[in-house]
Design a binder for this molecule. Structure first.
Ligand code: AMP
Length: 190
């Protein structure tokens, strides 16, 4: 299974990615987590990414694409993966297509978690108090929703046209949402 988990910031992608990857027996690859690990370790990549992340902007495509290409070439991603937070721009869609083609693979499913923006902003404000993420001030949170709407939401159409998209209500208990996603995956021809 090679799948994407999409949806606006705060929709619970990270949490669901881990649960679903575990259930499906594939690695969850989260670009946000990889960036955060690099920021923490103060690597060159981390230092570059941090200024974009702190402002709620996307890290440039060439940086993100190179990182994902490397990660998907690792052995554990050979049999499948769940991508969380990638692709987020049209050029990233093209790069992912190229990476998959290079490995002779294709995508099986794109799951989009759907939730109301106001619910998400509330959720993220609460999370920021628990996690202390530096990209979680109210202004940055609202900006991230705008960036998602402008840059990433249009990708859903692309995947819908390919017949890969399933939209799932992302509001509810963690286990409830996971079950919805697993049920929705069965509706694709796979
Ligand atoms: P996330 O944890 O997925 O919300 O990602 C946190 C931050 O990492 C985002 O706000 C971006 O600054 C950066 N990031 C993660 N994934 C990508 C991506 N595919 N393209 C560009 N920036 C990304």
């Amino acid at each position: 299974m090679r799948m994407l988990l999409m949806g606006p910031p705060g929709a619970g992608k990270g949490t669901q990615a881990k649960v679903l990857a575990d259930r499906l027996g594939i690695p969850a690859v989260s670009t946000g987590d990889i960036f955060r690990a690099n920021v923490k370790d103060e690597t060159e990549l981390g230092l570059e990414a941090k200024r974009y992340m702190d402002a709620g902007n996307y890290v440039p495509d060439e940086v993100t694409n190179a990182m994902v290409r490397d990660r998907l070439s690792e052995a554990d991603a050979g049999e499948g993966f769940l991508l969380d937070g990638y692709p987020r721009t049209l050029p990233q869609v093209g790069t992912l297509d190229d990476i998959l083609a290079d490995h002779g693979h294709q995508l099986n499913a794109v799951v989009a978690l759907v939730a109301d923006t106001d619910v998400l902003v509330d959720r993220m404000l609460r999370r920021s108090k628990v996690d202390g993420r530096s990209d979680d001030s109210e202004e940055v949170i609202r900006h991230r929703q705008e960036v998602y709407a402008a840059e990433t939401k249009p990708l859903l159409r692309v995947y819908a046209q390919r017949g890969l998209l399933v939209e799932v209500d992302g509001v509810g208990e963690i286990a409830e949402v996971s079950e919805r996603v697993l049920a929705a995956l069965k509706t694709l021809d796979g």
